[in-house]
Ligand binder design. Structure first.
Ligand SMILES: [Zn+2]
Length: 335
């Protein structure tokens, strides 16, 4: 009865419990029903039995089985679970359910990790992933108004928005089906029921920043968070963490993002500027045309020596290290 989850029911059970009006089915993979959240009556709610998720293409709500029931009835996940079990008479009504514990398997040392895929495989998969993502109007506006980028530059760099967490499995399945290698690609990991998914969470939504190597290949992604993460006990004036690597380290069959150095510009430039932060490097490159190598993350300077050696062989005569990007930007703007 359960379709690939730990629940003693599936999404079609929940749909029948809610008496959803199923208007059409598409080969058992998706059923379209009226939405109990927004009241749409045209069958805009997609139910996906293979992955027990749903998405309304009218109101944009999406989630798992408990969220479907919970949003329809205005109750939380725990109560939704109890009520569904009671109604279907399959579980013990008193059993406590904590959805966080399911979504967030704590990092364990003995969790099997995947071997890193080849640079070309990582590039191909991340390129296909970016092609499936969109850039939200709010993120586009941020890049235009606050960062001064043109639509052309935004498209060139390939900035996108993080997908909703509930679509991670669907997107990963699409990539696998199209022939992409996801095992060993940073950000991808395996769920407990053996399906591939990605580590995008709704609470860490933001702008996806592609990280490219000096060879032009995509080597990883970074997320510029919509809401910086503050540590408990930090003073209120402390800004919090603004960037997250797209990594799946510690997750089953996950892999670390490594220490990518982001490169933007001409690989045989005479002068290469070294800075911290991929987005700033992209923007300053767009403004000045200069070539940048950017470290990503705090003290993540591993890999710089290797890059410098490559650049010197390639004709670079001067490597300018800049501790503070803003002062570099100012001096570049003057020159
Ligand atoms: Zn809806």
């Amino acid at each position: 009865m359960a379709s690939g989850t730990d629940f003693p029911f599936n999404i079609m059970d929940v749909a029948s419990l809610l008496r959803l009006n199923i208007r059409r089915r598409s080969g058992g993979r998706v059923a379209y029903a009226d939405c109990p959240v927004c009241g749409d009556r045209r069958g805009k709610l997609g139910l996906y039995p293979e992955i027990d998720t749903w998405r309304c293409y009218h109101c944009g709500e999406c989630g798992g089985m408990l969220a479907l029931y919970g949003k329809a009835h205005g109750v939380g996940n725990s109560q939704a679970y109890q009520e569904i079990c009671e109604a279907l008479m399959v579980g013990s009504p008193g059993r406590e359910y904590t959805p966080r514990a399911k979504q967030e398997i704590p990092d364990q040392k003995d969790v099997p990790q995947a071997q890193r895929a080849s640079p070309q495989e990582i590039h191909n998969t991340l390129t296909a992933l970016l092609a499936l993502l969109t850039l939200s109007p709010a993120h586009r506006e941020h890049l235009r108004a606050k960062r001064g980028l043109t639509d052309g530059q935004i498209g060139q760099f390939g900035f996108k928005s993080t997908p909703p967490g509930c679509l991670c499995r669907t997107i990963a399945a699409r990539l696998v089906k199209s022939g992409c290698v996801v095992q060993g690609v940073p950000g991808f990991y395996m769920t407990r029921d053996g399906a591939w998914t990605m580590k995008f969470y709704d609470r860490t939504s933001g702008i996806v920043i592609p990280l490219r190597g000096v060879d032009g290949l995509l080597q990883g992604l970074q997320i510029r968070l919509d809401h910086p993460i503050k540590k408990e006990g930090d003073p209120p004036e402390k800004p919090g963490m603004k960037y997250l690597p797209f990594t799946s380290t510690g997750k089953p069959m996950g892999v670390t993002s490594g220490n990518p150095i982001h490169f933007v510009g001409d690989p045989s430039a005479r002068v290469v500027y070294v800075t911290e932060g991929a987005l700033k490097a992209d923007i300053t490159h767009a403004l000045t045309g200069r070539t940048f190598a950017a470290t990503v993350g705090v003290n993540n300077t591993m890999g710089l020596d290797e890059l410098f050696a490559f650049l010197r062989r390639n004709g670079t005569e001067e490597i300018v290290e800049a501790e503070d990007m803003d002062s570099v930007t100012r001096s570049l703007m003057k020159s």
